[in-house]
Design a binder for this molecule. Sequence first.
Ligand SMILES: [Zn+2]
Length: 455
Amino acid sequence: MTCWLAELAWLPDSGLHRNVLIEAEGDRFSAVTPEPERLPAEVTRLAGVTLPGLANAHSHAFHRALRGITQASRGTFWTWRERMYEVAGRLTPDSYLELATAVYAEMALAGISCVGEFHYLHHGPGGVPYADQNEMGRSLLQAAALAGVRISLLDTCYLSGGLGRDGSRLPLTGAQLRFGDADGDAWAARVDALGADERGRISAAARLGAAIHSVRAVPPEQTRSVTAWSHRHGAPLHVHLSEQVAENRASLAAYRRTPAEVLYDCDALGPRTSVVHATHLSERDIGLLGESRCYACFCPTTEADLADGIGPAAGLAGAGCQLTLGSDSHAVIDLLEEARRVELGERLASQQRGHFTAAELARAATVHGHASLGWPEAGEIVPGALADLVTVSLDSPRTAGAAAASELETVIFAGSAADVRHVVVGGRTVVADGQHLLLGDVPRLLTGAVGSVLA
Ligand SMILES: [Zn+2]
């Protein structure tokens, strides 16, 4: 039995409570008691606001190596993509293990207890498969275990190099060759070799999900193998959707339909589907996504960094989508910033305040994010749920002076990853006093791993 006493804990439905005794047996919460009459002999005190673990619903771990360098000389989207392909071209299973371990450790320090890794860097240079054709995926699974975070490996089907302006399909070239499988069935056979059980579980802390890279990279007739695999395992299905206007234009040229319409017609939209970005949507697209009860995963710092635009978060939520959050390209890794940017982006676009409450944004960062990654038992501090906690301090320069009853608003609208002090994943303390207990000096690991990839 492990026990914590949270100065303030955010509990489902009823909001922030003072002096909450939280108990866990193994990896699950066993009791949650506000204002307990007596305390157990051994209890860890958590000063600040304690939330459920945060879910990073959209990650490409290797993009972390691009931070900073893609900003040089007022970089464009295309210079960014060229640098991204360069890094993708260099990684090996060993260097990816080293890099992803450091990146997931940075996530743990930011309060992230579960990552959804949208994984498309499958094969060796030139597209030649490794002896174990899932070797890169296994590096990511191992990295998450070393960093102490849970992972949903969203193995991504990526078959063509995009669509031309006239709608023609472009072949994979250069580093993209490493992303490809022969077709949807070959993708499914490779993913089956990862050895997940019938529910998609690989271990207690890892599960498998499916992803369609985008309608640019997977022809509609090839999506069936991916959606069928996801149905067989009750597994999440993620897809990039309408991130840039050019993608919509190419989809209309190739299929005479928007990307959302293409996915709807392929039966790829449903309550286990997450559409990532969902930036440039028609009213009909929003209706289709809402009616399908998809998750809409917003990655506002990446969308700002890549000049994608501001997606219709309020429109999607109003239509029936649950919102989730991702740090995607890792321009920064800070789920609190992603959360507030959903509201702030909506304010900039509409010139009106008050679209989402701090509690709604916190639910996007926690319970909805975990559910979208196939962990519906995570993301709430309740008995029976996975015992994940993240404590954000109220004594940093950013959060000090939080008024009573507005501490959650302070954390969501002014807190940052640097204010995360304590992180528990599945009952195990991974971060204490801002230090990663399993890996120690995370900045040194990042310096080494990024340095060797860029060298
Ligand atoms: Zn992405």
